[in-house]
Write a protein that binds this ligand. Sequence first.
Ligand code: ATP
Ligand code: MG
Length: 234
Amino acid sequence: MLQATNLRKTYLLGRTKVPVLRGVDLSIQEGESIAVLGASGSGKSTLLHLLGGLDSVDKVGADVAAPSIMFRGQDLTKISTGKLDEYRRRRVGFVFQFYHLLPELTVLQNVTLAAMTALGAFEYFRTRSAVRAHARELLERIGLSHRITHRPAELSGGERQRVAIARALINKPDLLLADEPTGNLDRVTGASILDLFTSLHKAGQSMVIVTHDETTAARSDRIVHLVDGRVQAG
Ligand SMILES: Nc1ncnc2c1ncn2[C@@H]1O[C@H](COP(=O)(O)OP(=O)(O)OP(=O)(O)O)[C@@H](O)[C@H]1O
Ligand SMILES: [Mg+2]
């Protein structure tokens, strides 16, 4: 479903160029789950942001093979910002390392807001009751129905992460991208999140999970390592 070729990303630190990704190639098949492992600072989050359309690749000269991210026949590195925006809002579900929930909104509102941004206000208000029902159903599936009117500050880390996952799923994304979804959780809570990902995968969800955790990695179809700015298999 997605084929990334020759992705390069360099950050500027003052005047120093820090190359983080140096030509990453990665393909994701429909329904596949991939675990990305790599040392801290190896560029895992950077890669996930590129795949999710949250950041853009380096511009390269004619002497270097051009980068591309093909998603169902469209090259994300070339499409208009409007199209890229649509990809980000409708095709991808992103679970951030540190949740990024909106503190003033309830659990239910945090989840439905993602639907509102994907659908646009008009369509959202037209289909609001169905969207809310879907959000409730998702929250129930991940064991949070008793928390829907709570705000993030009143939740544990594991509960916040589950809200973030429900938010990532509300638009039925083609591709789920999760950045260390169990990184900040204790082992038991982490295991329950992992079970959730496993059941999503069994139901056909395509996903890329960044992780430090061997158990998470072992449950995926394929493990790739990010080393020296490139992807190594196995
Ligand atoms: N916006 C930025 N500006 C400058 N440097 C950055 C920026 N974002 C990331 N970096 C640098 O790029 C490198 C890769 O960062 P990235 O967050 O992708 O690593 P990571 O593999 O996700 O690490 P971790 O496992 O700690 O989350 C790091 O050295 C980081 O300092
Ligand atoms: Mg990271």
